[in-house]
Design a protein around this ligand. Sequence first.
Ligand SMILES: [Zn+2]
Length: 111
Amino acid sequence: MTIVFVWCNCATPPFCRHYYTGERCPFSGWIAPHVTDVLKAVKRVEGSGIALTIKTLTDAGLTLEAAERVMIAEFPDRADVPFALGVGSFGEDPASILTLGKDTKPGPHAG
Ligand SMILES: [Zn+2]
C-alpha cells in the first residue's frame, strides 16, 4: 500500500519535526500547511487509477510549494503503518538530528 505523508513543523515536543499521514497531526492536532490541497490531489490521482507519485500529484494540480512537503512511502499490505515519522518519532533527541537542505541547524524549534 502507498501512503502519502506531509511535512509538519508543529514543534510539539519531543516530536518537533516530522511527517504524518491524514488530515491532522497526531501529536498536536494541527493541520499542516498544504495538507488539504495534498489530500485533494491524492483523491484525484487515486480516482484516475494511476500510481501515486510526486509527478502525478503535480499533474493533478498540486503546486510545487505543496509538493515539497510530500513524502510518498510504500509498505507491505500487512505492515503496521505509522501515523507519523520523523525527528523525535523514534525517541531520539530532536536536537541530535541534522537535516539536509535549507535547514541545517539542529534544534527543537528549527524548520
Ligand atoms: Zn505535527
